[in-house]
Design a binder for this molecule. Structure first.
Ligand SMILES: Cc1cc2nc3c(=O)[nH]c(=O)nc-3n(C[C@H](O)[C@H](O)[C@H](O)COP(=O)(O)O)c2cc1C
Length: 324
């Protein structure tokens, strides 16, 4: 599979997740076999105001897999301006957000609000494609605004016509947020409507889930979000399953803790401890999944304030889980 001219290896892509998929997280996913990674969403409008925080979201981007910058916005001209402003950033492709359900985003007309206006969605893609220096443009969308208006097929056709080279479809409407389960048959309708590659997204938590979703949707690949947090080994497992190889063994607890430590260390190096530690708390909690004493350990995660606290957390994890 390709994003324009960029060849992808077999495997799942890492979904963009605001507050989580910073450079260390993406680097780790790529190291474990993610086919590509995407930044946290960046506001096109904020970029045009010169907002430093927004530019920082694109720092240290390069990793072992192709990586994209995800932009959100509601106006074609602002999108074009933002794309021109980030030309010096060393990214591989641009991804446009048409899926975010947060009122803060949709109230401005961006994110999943665009699912209500396929024509505008197409205009935004065209503006990004025309402003881009040749780097390809992809789109990530939901199925529609609500279940009475599943517009993904129409939006997808507009995006393709406007020059998008790959689509990812999260199989829920905006109204469904993250519940109940996804609708693979609706993702399939999108896949069957367009001739560019389509990735299916939603609720993939194992190699079996990935194979099933591909089977149900006929898609070219899958994208994984929440289940990869604290578990980058999922990418290796999915890649092996896609290649028909035996699944690699799960990581030992020591390996899990070492990966968590490395991730938080890189976060501190790149953002400074003060900015990194609040985010490190939520990252660390995901590494506690399934452990004995997980509730108490998660509470300990919420108390992490300095990088040195991570070693104390690891000591406690190992003590409470001696035989893992
Ligand atoms: C905390 C969080 C932040 C997210 N941020 C973004 C984002 O910035 N851009 C985006 O397109 N989707 C975002 N999403 C949606 C995910 O990319 C993905 O579509 C969704 O979580 C479903 O996939 P999953 O079941 O594998 O997690 C976010 C999801 C979560 C849970």
């Amino acid at each position: 599979m390709k994003i324009g001219e960029i060849s992808l290896k077999a495997g799942a892509a890492l979904a963009p997740m605001a507050g989580f998929t910073d450079a260390p997280c993406r680097r780790m996913a790529a190291r474990h076999g993610a086919s590509f990674t995407v930044s946290e969403m960046v506001s096109a409008k904020a970029l045009t105001f010169g907002d430093k925080k927004s530019f920082r979201l694109m720092a240290h981007g390069r990793n072992d897999a192709p990586w994209g910058v995800q932009l959100f916005g509601a106006e074609p001209e602002t999108m074009a301006q933002a794309v021109r402003l980030i030309q010096k950033v060393d990214y591989d492709f641009l991804d446009l957000n048409m899926g975010c359900p947060a009122p803060k985003i949709t109230s401005s007309g961006a994110g999943s609000r665009l699912m209500q206006d396929p024509v505008l969605a197409g205009q935004i893609v065209r503006a990004a494609v025309q402003a881009s220096d040749g780097r390809p443009v992809t789109v990530k969308m939901r199925l529609g605004w609500d279940n009475q208006h599943l517009t993904a097929r129409e939006v997808a056709l507009r995006c393709e016509e406007a020059g998008a080279v790959l689509l990812t479809v999260h199989g829920r409407s905006r109204e469904e947020m993250y519940q109940p389960g996804i609708h693979p048959e609706e993702i399939r309708r999108v896949k069957e409507a367009v001739s560019i590659p389509v990735l299916a997204n939603g609720d993939v938590a194992s190699a079996d889930d990935a194979l099933r979703l591909l089977e149900e949707t006929g898609c070219d690949g899958v994208m994984v979000g929440r289940a990869a947090l604290g578990n980058p080994w999922l990418f290796e497992q999915i890649a092996a399953a896609l290649e028909g190889k035996p699944l690699p063994p799960p990581p030992t607890l020591r390996q899990r803790m070492a990966e968590m430590r490395r991730q938080i260390e890189e976060m501190c190096e790149e953002k400074g401890e003060w900015a990194a530690m609040p985010q490190a708390r939520s990252q660390a909690m995901h590494y506690m999944a399934g452990l004995r004493g997980a509730a108490g350990l998660r509470r300990a995660c919420s108390g992490l304030s300095h990088f040195s606290d991570v070693d104390e957390l690891i000591r406690r994890v190992m003590e409470e889980n001696p035989i893992r």
